[in-house]
Design a protein. Sequence first.
Lengths: 128, 334
Amino acid sequence: MNKEIFIIDDDQIYRMIAKMMVGHIDSSLFINECENGKIGLDKLESVRNFDHKIIVLLDINMPVLDGWGFLEQIEKSNFYNLEQFNIYLVSSSTDEGDKLKSKSYKFLKGFFCKPLTEEDIKTIIGID
Amino acid sequence: MQQIQDFLGKISVLIIEDNQGDFVLIEDYLLEKFKHINIIHCPDYEAAVNYMYHAEEKPSVILLDLHLPELQGLELINSILAYSFQVPIIILTGYSDLALAKSSLQIGVYDYLIKDEINPSILYKTIVFAISRSGFINQIEDEKRNYENLFNFNPQPTWLLEAGSLRILNANMAAQNKYGYSLDSFLGMSFTQLHPKEEEEPLMHKLISKKDKISTNHFTHLLSNGNEIKVDIYFRKIKINSKKELIVQSNDISETLKHINTIEIQNAKLREIAWTQSHVVRAPLARILGIINLVEMKSVNPDELLFCLEQLRVSGEELDVIIKKIVEETSLIK
């Protein structure tokens, strides 16, 4: 089964690093970079009817549409009950409040603090 | 009786009596009963007043004949009392002046003796009682003065109020100075007038109803110049001459509140700096750690390493700028 990964983060350098790491772990993965939640939503809309696995690495603090706004939109548009969606929050904040808030979104697959390690990425894309 | 006798120790008696015969008789009686006694004799009013003015030590008691050459009766009593020597006065009188002697007790005379009935025992008892009673009265007067001073010179603004109406009955000097009202203006006021309208009800609650324990201490007071101060109010119910009154004190906490407010604003600002900065700082830091994670991967190639090195520099410089900004913002808080 094909997999596709969406890195939604306003930090360009982070995106590049994440992209390189993912590439080293699984070079077959198709990687999408999105600067904010709005762009992420638009791009996700275009793959809605595909049946391959979609992995989303979502930052919290972003301009235009932040991580929480993104999650609200996802909930509204019933994206989250699509089985192939795997959304992970990835934040540079170590704020416990953010972690607690993320628990209210049951469809979230996980919460990671930056930086992502090789093991984190392997867990996320499902390679042991 | 034994106790009083000990307490008396040595006494001195001023006898104001123009009749030499009467004086000698009384002197005899006194010497018979008192072991240690100093007897002073003044034959007329003027000599007596003169003596009282100049005596180094005031006599323990005055025996006053009601018929002196210059002054008699009520006029004589009033003239002596007017000096308020604070020495108990016992009147010596005949049957003819009995009514006058009795009524003089109400204006400050301690006792009276009817000359024809005097004997050593009655004289002794009357003098001892008068002296010990004046001791008690002086003690009460002293305490009253002490309490008045405690009230008047207390540095805390303090009022005496009528319990039901909260009418101001007295206000000490601190209250007059702090609030800018004279005692006279205070006396025409109700304590509620020191408060803004909306505080009247909570104030009544506190001072009149019995729920004072749950109600607040914090009130606003208006000074005569229109300024407002924040105060804590404390009070006690007291009884004066069986009338219910309140002693109320105010404590100006305006300055304290201002300080607390400043500190709270400062704390909020510091919290804000700490919160944002920990987020802002963490972003480049997380990136640096991420770059290290990438570098440590076995398959990383030379081009990527070069990119990583460059990005380490960018992130490091970004971190430096942020930290400088934190230092600046923190130094702005005084």
